[in-house]
Write a protein that binds this ligand. Structure first.
Ligand SMILES: [Zn+2]
Length: 282
C-alpha cells in the first residue's frame, strides 16, 4: 500500500529518467479501473481534467516531485500532472518495445519518451492542471505539511488537526487526514500509535499537544528511514521476527508484552487498524 515514503522514493527513481526529457506520446485516463468504490471521486476529477494528452506531447518534463502521497510531473509549458495511487495503484517502467504486465484497461496514465514508457496502473486519481502556479498552489494549500520535508511545521499540523476535526475525533482518523499532515498511510498509522503507546480510539481532546507532536515526529522519522528502498520497516530489531510491530499481526503476541494484537476496522472510513491492548492504553 503506497504511503508518503513510497511516493518520495518513486519520484527519486523516476526523476533521473524523465526530468529534462521530451514526451513523445501520452495517455491520460482520469477514471480508476472499474472499481465502483472510486467512481464518485473519479467523476469529480474528470471535470477538472479539461486538458487532453495531446497537451503533453512534444513538451519537456522539467520536474518530478512528491507532495505527501501525490506525485507531480511539471512540464516546461506550465502544465502539471498530479497522480494519487490510492490503495491499488502502481507505477511500472518499460522499454518502448516491451509488453506491459497489466492489461490496457487498467492504465490510468502512460508517458512515452524515446527510451522508456512510464505507466501508472489503477490510480485513484489522475489530473492535468492547466495553470501550474495557481492550481498547484491551491492544491498544496489543501494538504498539511509534508512530514518528509526538512523543516516540517508541526505547529501547523496540530492547528489543522484542531481546526478540521472535532474534539471527539479518534487519533486513527486524525493521523490519516492528509489535510492535517501529509505522508501517513494506514500502515504507519497503526505503527506510530503503537510506538507512542496511544490507543487508536483515543480522541483529540484526550491527547495533549506534546503527544500529537511526538506522533507526527515519529511518523516523519519512520518515513525518512524508509526512503532507502526495500520492504517497509518500523521495527529495527534484527531477530528475524518481523519488520512491523502490529500491522497485519492480528492475534499474534505483542513483541513488547506478549498480549495478543487486536485488529478492527476503525474510524470514519473503517480502515483496518491494529494495536496492542496492553501497550496502547485507552
Ligand atoms: Zn504490547
Amino acid at each position: 500500500m503506497p504511503e508518503g515514503d513510497t511516493i518520495h522514493k518513486l519520484a527519486a527513481a523516476i526523476r533521473p529518467r524523465l526530468a529534462g526529457i521530451t514526451i513523445r506520446r501520452a495517455r491520460v485516463r482520469p477514471q480508476p479501473s472499474g472499481t465502483f468504490r472510486h467512481r464518485r471521486a473519479s467523476t469529480a476529477l474528470a471535470a477538472h481534467s479539461v486538458l487532453q494528452e495531446s497537451e503533453l506531447v512534444g513538451h519537456c518534463v522539467d520536474s518530478v516531485y512528491a507532495q505527501g502521497k501525490h506525485l507531480f510531473f511539471g512540464f516546461d509549458h506550465g502544465v502539471l500532472v498530479r497522480s494519487h495511487l490510492g490503495m491499488y495503484g502502481d507505477w511500472h517502467r518499460y522499454r518502448p518495445d516491451e509488453p506491459w504486465k497489466k492489461p490496457d484497461w487498467q492504465v490510468s496514465l502512460a508517458l512515452w519518451t524515446d527510451h522508456d514508457v512510464f505507466v501508472c496502473f489503477n490510480a485513484k486519481e489522475v489530473e492535468l492542471l492547466a495553470n501550474a502556479t495557481i492550481r498547484h498552489a491551491n492544491f498544496c494549500n489543501r494538504l498539511g505539511p509534508d512530514l518528509l520535508s526538512r523543516q516540517v511545521d508541526l505547529g501547523l499540523a496540530i492547528r489543522r488537526a484542531h481546526e478540521l476535526h472535532d474534539c471527539g475525533a479518534p487519533l486513527a482518523d486524525v493521523l490519516l487526514d492528509q489535510r492535517v499532515a501529509s505522508g501517513i498511510g494506514n500502515v504507519y498509522k497503526s505503527e506510530v500509535l503503537f510506538l507512542e503507546g496511544q490507543h487508536p480510539l483515543r480522541t483529540l481532546d484526550e491527547t495533549p499537544e506534546t503527544t500529537l507532536q511526538r506522533l507526527f515526529r515519529c511518523a516523519g522519522a519512520l518515513l525518512q528511514r524508509n526512503l532507502g528502498g526495500g520492504p517497509r520497516v518500523t521495527r529495527f530489531v534484527a531477530d528475524g521476527r518481523g519488520a512491523l510491530w502490529v500491522y497485519g499481526r492480528p492475534g499474534r503476541a505483542c513483541f513488547q508484552c506478549g498480549a495478543r494484537i487486536q485488529a478492527g476496522r476503525l474510524g470514519r472510513d473503517l480502515r483496518a487498524t491494529y494495536w496492542c491492548p496492553a501497550c496502547q492504553d485507552k
